[in-house]
Design a protein around this ligand. Structure first.
Ligand code: ZN
Length: 328
């Protein structure tokens, strides 16, 4: 590879609750090589950091790339991330990751600039930069799966707030008397409109004796109920499934209307596993935004599925490096 092209590759890492995914990519977002390693939930922070370093090394070796050819390494990690210091403060699905100086560990090993940010925040950046080619100045990206996360592009820039932690949209209070959330608060958006919330409500209704096919689908093992199962039941005409999804869509729409009122984005992109369930969730939520959002009187916000799918994390991490390197 000629020297003038030598530093144009970026290594993106997506550190999630179940896996570490890596991608060696060009500045245009073309993925050349991928790496993968399971994240063991009970592993200590040293072991997880070691797995990240090893997976980065393996990805570079697979792509036949030397450290000197990399512009930098970006890491999208689940949890509260102090991106100024590149430190994982806490991570909901990997409880052993507390106060982990990840940027420091990676820079010590590889000697190149490394940037760490929240996975959903970086996914917003990846969707905007690689997916939308920066075609709108204001974007909200929302990921709905076991929880709800998101990121905000405002005036053509990632909105990060103090220490880079802005965008915890899943923890805005939607119902002051609502269910407890993992964050310690009550009635958060993700406690009402995530896949976990959907499964919890299904189990509660079955416990109260509801007549539903949901229990049959999981062979009576209620611990196997997840959002997919409830959607499957609803699509088969199950009344409880339909009722629960319409409740989920309602709360999802309420949160969306709040975000639209605050940010007035041109576009809202919805990603994550629950969003893959499609129009059963999205259409009623969009209708509710038109009905409830005050600013909807002035303009039509576009709300549609995200573009990058499972690559939003790694490509977001790649975009984050480009942003820090002044190449965005
Ligand atoms: Zn919360």
């Amino acid at each position: 590879m000629p020297q003038n092209e030598a530093r144009k590759l970026i290594l993106g890492v997506d550190l999630g609750g179940t896996k570490i995914a890596t991608a060696l990519a060009t500045a245009e977002g073309e993925i050349l090589t991928r790496g993968y390693c399971p994240t063991l939930g009970e592993a200590g922070s040293q072991d997880i950091t070691g797995s990240i370093l090893r997976t980065i090394e393996e990805t570079m070796s697979l792509g036949k790339v030397r450290v000197s050819q990399l512009l930098g390494i970006g890491i999208a990690a689940a949890g509260i991330i102090d991106s100024d210091r590149g430190m994982i403060i806490t991570s909901p699905n990997i409880p052993n990751l507390r106060e982990v100086p990840l940027k420091h560990a990676v820079e010590q090993r590889f000697g190149i600039p490394t940037y760490v940010g929240n996975d959903a925040t970086l996914a917003a950046l990846g969707e905007w930069y690689f997916g939308l080619k920066k075609s709108v100045p204001n974007l909200i990206y929302i990921t709905v799966s076991t929880g709800i996360g998101g990121g905000i592009i405002a005036d053509g820039k990632l909105y990060t707030g103090a220490c880079g932690i802005a965008g915890e949209i899943g923890h805005m209070t939607i119902d002051v008397n609502g269910p407890h959330c993992n964050c310690g608060n009550i009635g958060c958006w993700e406690a009402l409109a995530s896949g976990t919330a959907l499964a919890r409500e299904a189990i509660r209704e079955i416990g109260k004796g509801a007549n539903t096919s949901i229990a049959e689908i999981v062979g009576g093992d209620l611990s196997r109920i997840d959002a997919k199962v409830v959607f499957q039941a609803a699509e088969g005409g199950d009344e409880l499934g339909k009722k629960l999804i319409s409740r989920l869509a309602y709360y999802f729409g309420v949160g969306l209307a709040n975000l639209v009122n605050i940010f007035a984005p041109e576009l809202v992109l919805i990603g994550g596993g629950v969003a893959k369930m499609g129009d059963l969730l999205l259409q009623p939520a969009i209708d509710l935004v038109k009905e409830r959002a005050y600013v909807a009187l002035a303009y039509d916000v576009e709300i549609r599925p995200a573009l990058l799918g499972d690559d939003s994390g790694v490509l977001g991490a790649v975009a984050y490096v480009l942003g820090h390197s002044g190449q965005m």
